[in-house]
Ligand binder design. Structure first.
Ligand SMILES: [Ca+2]
Length: 434
């Protein structure tokens, strides 16, 4: 009952213009948090992340769940057993990056890298970093956002197009996630013909900077999936459950930014036609399963509820109605339930959270033992989490790069079969067999 009233007050119907948010549209900060309009900082009550356990057959997580009575919905949904696999060596390709967020491999073996403050650079195989490319638009760099993901056009060899996401400043100190594209002029160190092809709706005060998603991946059919986080603060709002906005959604668009034909809510009154799936929080890992072509996603959940999902058309992934864990200040979220008819269970979750960012399947030949592993970067968890998969079931977990003591932002398999990892500070690491 109380929750119903609360949800009502927090929703942002699209009929309201985001430039003039109504009084009360932004939830009050929790006790002890900064005043309205100051960047939100969660209270310092999160327990430090201990070194993961590495006892064969035992989970790497040894702490109690954040919510004492929280239980998995099915066996193996969390805390898979540890499994040691392949020894490897770590090479620092560069430590000259400034808060890198994403990378893509160019056909000539170089890499294109985004840095969150707003630069895009080319990195050669020997670790030489170019000056920032000209032509990259100004980004709203604040908190968790700035210049974010990038992806090469599936036809890059002929169109040289680069797609990228960033937080764009709009009007009266608002911001939103946008998707842009441009043509890479490598010799001229520039992006040409840059245009924004999609803007998430609505824009919101840019101080609401957390939980914005911003990952994207091209599907096999050339359509582009993009994650838009719900920009939730505490207590969470329920925009992810409403189809009249892009927040807390995965969208599916054409390379021109239009809703992709065949999307599940096209023609449904009150629903945005670009929406693919909903009920997400902050999705910061997105990739295709190379064997099946299906979409795989990780998202930042509440305190105790980071998830892996395989988002399907029109389905509801539950946030903030069904959740593992609690709100960051320590409160129960909604009714404190983890299952409900019509809402999809995560195929795996972490409790306590690891803050997953970056997601990649391994299909290379350098590491036969890693074949079909799923790699998950962990920010708070400060590890590269390797998951042994059996279909959609996580059957083993192996914490890698723990001795780097670094927040891991992104992970990719290179064309050479090595694993490339961006840390959240300055480094690109390369993992090869020992
Ligand atoms: Ca969920």
């Amino acid at each position: 009952m109380t929750r119903g009233l609360q949800v009502c007050a927090l929703a942002i119907p699209m009929t309201l213009t985001a430039q003039t948010p109504p009084a009360g549209a932004v939830p009050a900060a929790p006790p002890g948090a900064p005043a309205t309009n100051a960047p939100f900082r969660p209270p310092p009550r999160i327990r430090p992340f201990p070194t993961p356990l590495t006892v064969p057959g035992q989970p790497i997580e040894s702490r109690v769940p954040e919510k004492a009575d929280d239980k998995p919905a099915f066996a193996g949904q969390t805390r898979a057993p540890y499994q040691a696999t392949a020894p490897f060596k770590v090479t620092v390709v560069t430590d000259k990056l400034d808060t890198p967020w994403s990378l893509a491999f160019l056909p000539d073996g170089k890499m294109l890298i985004t840095e969150k403050p707003g630069a895009m650079r080319i990195l050669s195989k020997d670790g030489t970093l170019s000056a920032p490319l000209a032509g990259v638009p100004a980004v709203a760099f604040i908190g968790q956002v700035g210049l974010l993901d990038l992806a090469l056009s599936p036809k890059f060899a002929t169109d040289q197009r680069v797609f990228f996401t960033y937080s764009e400043l709009t009007g009266d100190d608002h911001s939103n996630i946008v998707v842009a594209r441009g043509r890479l002029d490598e010799a001229g160190l520039a992006l040409r013909d840059v245009s924004v092809i999609f803007r998430a709706k609505p824009d919101l005060p840019r101080t609401r900077s957390a939980n914005q998603g911003g990952r994207m991946v091209f599907a096999r059919d050339g359509k582009l999936f993009v994650t838009i986080g719900d920009r939730s603060q505490s207590p969470p709002w329920d925009v992810a459950q409403k189809l009249d906005n892009d927040l807390g959604k995965i969208i599916r668009i054409t390379p021109d930014g239009a809703p992709a034909p065949g999307n599940p809510f096209i023609g449904k009154a009150g629903a945005l036609p670009e929406i693919w799936s909903y009920g997400h929080r902050s999705e910061e890992g997105l990739t295709l399963n190379p064997e099946t072509g299906e979409l795989w996603e990780t998202e930042h959940g509440p305190r105790g509820g980071d998830e892996i999902n395989t988002p399907e058309a029109g389905k509801n992934y539950g946030w903030p109605v069904i959740v593992h864990g609690i709100d960051y200040p320590g409160d129960t979220i909604g009714q404190g339930i983890t299952t409900q008819e019509g809402m999809v269970q995560p195929l795996y979750y972490w409790d306590p959270v690891i803050a997953p960012s970056g997601l990649a399947f391994y299909t290379g030949n350098l590491f036969p033992q890693w074949k079909n592993s799923l790699f998950v970067g962990a920010l708070r968890g400060q590890m590269l989490d390797r998951l042994t998969m059996s279909g959609k079931k996580v059957v083993a977990e192996e914490p890698l790069l723990v001795d780097q003591h670094s927040r891991i932002r992104d992970v990719r398999m290179g064309p050479d079969g090595a694993v490339y990892v961006l840390t959240d500070d300055t480094k690109l690491l390369k993992l090869t067999p020992k």
